[in-house]
Design a binder for this molecule. Structure first.
Ligand code: FAD
Ligand code: S2G
Ligand code: ZN
Length: 499
């Protein structure tokens, strides 16, 4: 297919039969809504969020219980039917949709909160609970989900764990490898591995749940998650700053850590070109625009600062936090580290300021497509990759914001400074082989030379399957393949992807 040129369907996998569909209907207890075969209804499950990859699954199953997942997987394993586990389908590396006719097993019908203990903060949910739903449930109890990302309205908690999602507050809450206490996972042979009652400390042998965090549906299906949730901060502030250089971004980060320290909950940077794309989509004046009049298309250009920083503080005492943030801002403005800034006055302004960061993903995709590189790099060189890619695209005469005959609109850089995680998005007017050849493997080689990781938080999926060697050694890759063979000997779990 055009999404997967010169890739052969694995002949070891059986083709779906009517008998199979009957068997699944039995397992799902005649619940027809859990068995989707209509081609129109299958479209959503066959296409990724970026509309870059398209599969040809003939069947999507939506089980309601772990037992049903177990029986489905056992049947698929016995009959060599390949399976793609799917959560909210917001993944950005083509991992959540079929490559050929794999069966899609969607967790969206397993969406109950199982329990919450408001002393320990331990939340137990089905894998198909939407992240934002889980966080809203916790908010009523005075707690917060230790993960936040732009896709919160659609992504599932199970999908977050399967991709080891990082997000906007990893700086504050750490990684899911630390906050997840236990999982309920169904292995390809139907075995249910249940550590949902695990506590904060349990030193009784290999920490097995860690295997499945970040396994992207290649070892088994996560059906339940137990996670430790912190108390919800009472006071949240956002400062949105304009700075003159990437060095100033790093300087501001250092000072924020020293002066804001325990109340610092997010530190994001955005280059000016990412704000120009965002302005095109948001069509409101930029938070730091003096009084630029919007042009005829309603777009007002962001100010000339080459870089912007979004700082979030979260604490338990508003007066204390306001005072701390104020003195920090005075210091960085006085010593010239920061040239301009605004602080959120209320919840709606806070949302608006976040929108200029969280909207960049969508804004990068608004002209027809986007090539995304979610990478970790040592902070000092992190932005040099964006500059190198802009130069390279210009050398090949492939990039122009105004000249629509060029495939690339712009290459923008932004991301989670605190995690050393850059998002390089090459915004295009349409997917284009020439652009791909100029970008890959150039970007991956550049990352390897600078000792970075080719995937910081989005995972490997289909997009990065053949590039893992730029970050992982042959020894590590062999260990991973051995584990995959051990847990999924028939290779039915999310084939053609990962490693
Ligand atoms: P899906 O996309 O459905 O699946 C993702 C992968 O996990 C697939 O390989 C799938 O097979 C597997 N999978 C899903 N559910 C299960 C399960 N129950 N058991 C086993 N395997 C499963 N990601 C970040 O890390 N940080 C960000 O800041 C971030 N921001 C984003 C912003 C936007 C606007 C968008 C669209 C995406 C963003 N993402 C980000 C990427 C994506 O949202 C995350 O990877 C998210 O965790 C995927 O969750 P999902 O439920 O949509 O999973
Ligand atoms: C983010 C997701 C979007 C992107 O916004 O932090 O993880 O475009 C990203 O990569
Ligand atoms: Zn991110």
């Amino acid at each position: 297919s055009e999404s997967y040129p010169n890739l052969e369907r694995n002949k070891d996998f059986a083709k779906l039969s009517d008998a199979d569909i009957e068997a699944f209907k039995q397992i799902l207890g005649g619940n027809a809504s859990g068995v989707i075969t209509n081609s129109d209804d299958l479209l959503f499950f066959n296409e990724d969020w970026m509309r870059k990859y398209k599969g040809q699954s003939q069947l999507c199953l939506k089980p309601k219980t772990t037992e049903q997942v177990s029986q489905i997987l056992k049947y698929c394993n016995d009959h060599k039917l390949a399976v793609v586990p799917q959560g909210g389908n917001t993944g950005l590396v083509g991992g959540s949709i079929p490559v050929f006719d794999e069966i899609v097993l969607s967790l969206s019908n397993m969406n109950s909160v199982r329990s919450f203990d408001n002393v320990s903060g331990i939340l137990k949910v089905d894998a198909g609970v939407v992240l934002e739903t889980a966080d809203m449930y916790l908010a009523e109890q005075g707690f917060i989900f230790p993960l936040d990302l732009g896709a919160k309205g659609s992504c599932h908690v199970g999908g977050n764990v399967a991709t080891n999602a990082g997000g906007l507050r990893l700086l504050r809450f750490g990684s899911l490898h630390g906050s997840v206490l236990g999982l309920e996972v169904v292995l390809p042979d139907g075995t249910i591995v249940n550590s949902m009652d695990a506590l904060r400390k349990d030193n009784t042998g290999y920490d097995l749940k860690q295997l499945f965090i970040g396994s992207e549906g290649t070892l088994g299906i996560i059906t339940g998650v137990s996670i430790l949730c912190p108390a919800r901060p009472k006071a949240v502030n956002i400062a949105f700053l304009g700075v003159e250089s990437y060095e100033a971004v790093q300087e501001t980060f250092k000072k924020a850590k020293n002066e804001l320290s325990e109340i610092l909950s997010a530190f994001e940077f955005m280059d000016r070109s990412s704000q120009v794309l965002a302005a095109h989509m948001i069509k409101q004046s930029h938070p730091l625009a003096q009084d630029e009049e919007p042009d005829s298309t309603g777009v007002s250009q962001p100010p000339e600062y080459p870089f912007y920083v979004l700082i979030e503080t979260s604490g338990s005492n508003k007066d204390h936090d306001d005072a701390k943030l104020e003195s920090f801002l005075e210091n960085v403005m006085e010593d010239g580290t920061v040239s301009d800034g605004t602080v959120s006055q209320d919840e709606s302004q806070l949302r608006t300021l976040w929108r200029w960061r969280e909207g960049i993903a969508e804004a990068s995709n608004q002209f027809g497509g986007v090539y995304k590189y979610d990478v970790s790099l040592p902070l000092p060189v992190l932005y040099e990759l964006v500059e190198a890619v802009k130069v390279r695209l210009a050398e090949h005469d492939l990039i122009s914001f105004d000249d629509a005959s060029k495939p690339v609109v712009d290459a923008v850089g932004y991301g989670h400074v605190g995690d050393g995680n850059l998002h390089l998005n090459v915004s295009v007017r349409g997917y284009n082989k020439d652009v791909e050849k100029v970008l890959e493997p150039f970007v991956y080689e550049w990352i390897q030379e600078h000792k970075g990781s080719i995937s910081a938080e989005h995972g490997l999926g289909f997009q990065k399957k053949n590039y893992v060697g730029y970050t992982k050694s042959d020894v590590e890759i062999k260990l991973i393949k051995d584990l995959k063979k051990h847990y999924d000997p028939n290779g039915i779990m999310n084939p053609y992807k990962y490693i």
